[in-house]
Design a protein around this ligand. Structure first.
Ligand code: ZN
Length: 149
């Protein structure tokens, strides 16, 4: 199996069986993201305690890339501290070529593997799709900013 096929399989798996779907009653942070170019919608609830993401819930609808990215993000940030989440957001953007810096994909960097999220790097070849893949992450940033503001 080629790497591209593997990536496609990971994305389809998250799209068909999205993780952490639902809502959190009385959540600590909430974000809503829309990508009118594609019709993607992401609704994000976060439960935060001790500067740690205790729980994540995602709802919404859209293309396989946006929904798979949201599912992967929910798995990646659950149980992480807010500092670690900020680092993940940055590294994801670097991987998608939206930001400059170290994307942590260097296997020599300890604890820096993005896991399933790496499957989305194939999307970089399709500029229109970068917005789909990034939508959950910009929604996450807004949710955290709203909470702090
Ligand atoms: Zn989309």
């Amino acid at each position: 199996m080629s790497l591209e096929d593997l990536y496609r399989q990971v994305i389809l798996d998250h799209y068909r069986s999205p993780r952490n779907q639902g809502h959190i009653e009385g959540c600590d942070a909430h974000g809503e993201g829309h990508n009118p170019l594609c019709g993607d919608e992401i609704f994000l609830d976060l439960a935060i305690g001790d500067d740690t993401v205790i729980d994540v819930a995602i709802s919404g609808q859209g293309c396989s890339i946006s929904q798979a990215s949201a599912s992967m993000m929910s798995e990646a940030i659950k149980g992480k501290t807010l500092v670690e989440v900020d680092d993940l957001i940055h590294r994801f953007k670097v991987m998608m070529n939206v930001e400059q810096g170290d994307d942590g994909l260097d296997p020599a960097r300890p604890g820096a593997v993005l896991g399933d999220l790496e499957a989305l790097q194939g999307v970089r070849k399709f500029p229109v799709r970068i917005k789909c893949a990034s939508l959950p992450w910009t929604t996450l940033e807004e949710a955290l900013a709203t909470r702090e503001g």
